[in-house]
Design a protein around this ligand. Structure first.
Ligand SMILES: [Fe+2]
Ligand SMILES: [Fe+2]
Length: 306
């Protein structure tokens, strides 16, 4: 008797990706406005509640500065995710068609995400009271990331996909106070990234299968270095956010307030962009398949940031 052919993950990923599809114009038309009287992100993602001495109005303002940084940070990471995925699909163009199709869809969606975050940034910059600077240039950071072993970069991207899942599921979903456009941004990004997380886990497994134990160890070291690189970039972003917050609030913070700002904001940036991914159970499951040492190594990287 013939056994039923198991459905390959590529076909279910492609089907789910078709269901999740959205356009940038549908999420945020160019003429749309944000409601700056409401939070753009919840305080659990802005760290504004951890900063002592801020009243509700100033916490809202700090949250807006952080929301702008959130858009910029995705612009920055998408700048290395897109070329990485394009390179990976090109490496096996004659292989299984479903695989090529799923990875090409992955790349096209990441290109659209770049446009999506750019659109949100443009609308924010057009209407917000002061200009907010961002770290970069994105190209230079992308070049530094892409110089690392492919397996280390794939792990970093997988960590980012799971972190995005966490932002919608644990923070924004069901929070009626959030500006509806920002809420929709996190929802649609979550939907497409859910498929990317599945694809990226396959990419990590494919790369690991072609690697020796020593190469996997080396990739974990390089991954730790990449987390350190991003952590340094986040620290630099906190200094820029401090400057933007003081200008938006038209008031200089005291030296003690500035110290508290840097301490609480860096802790919040680390949680949102690094720890939410590094501690995600699905990320740790993939890490476990890499080598028995990997979960312990990743836990040590996370503990250093806590
Ligand atoms: Fe994305
Ligand atoms: Fe993605």
């Amino acid at each position: 008797m013939d056994m039923p052919t198991p459905r390959h993950p590529w076909s279910s990923i492609l089907a789910a990706s078709h269901r999740a599809r959205f356009t940038v114009d549908a999420v945020l038309p160019e003429h749309a406005c944000f409601d700056f009287g409401r939070p753009l992100l919840p305080e659990s993602m802005t760290g504004a509640g951890a900063m002592p001495g801020l009243d509700a109005e100033r916490r809202l303002l700090l949250g807006h500065v952080r929301a702008h940084g959130y858009l910029a940070m995705f612009g920055l990471v998408e700048a290395f995710i897109l070329p990485f995925v394009v390179d990976h699909v090109a490496g096996d163009i004659g292989g299984e068609l479903g695989r090529t199709q799923a990875l090409l869809g992955f790349a096209a969606e990441e290109a659209k995400h770049i446009q999506l975050f750019e659109r949100f940034s443009r609308v924010f910059t057009r209407d917000f009271a002061v200009s907010c600077a961002v770290i970069g240039p994105a190209d230079a950071i992308a070049e530094a990331v892409l110089a690392q072993p492919q397996l280390a970069v794939a792990l970093l991207i997988l960590q980012i996909e799971w972190m995005t899942q966490q932002h919608w599921v644990a923070s924004v979903r069901g929070d009626e106070r959030i500006d509806p456009a920002f809420s929709e941004l996190l929802r649609v990004h979550w939907m497409e990234e859910a498929q990317h997380a599945r694809l990226d886990a396959i990419v990590v497994t494919e790369l690991a299968a072609r690697s020796t134990a020593a190469e996997i160890d080396g990739a974990l070291d390089a991954f730790a270095g990449l987390i350190e690189l991003l952590d340094g970039a986040l620290r630099d972003q906190v200094a820029l956010d401090l400057d933007a917050f003081e200008r938006a609030d038209a008031r200089r913070l005291s030296p003690a307030e500035r110290d508290a700002f840097v301490r609480t904001q860096h802790a919040s940036q680390r949680r949102v962009f690094l720890l939410d991914g590094l501690r995600h159970p699905a990320f740790l499951r993939t890490a476990h398949e890499l080598s028995p040492r990997a979960p312990g190594r990743i836990a040590a990287i996370a503990d250093r940031l806590h």
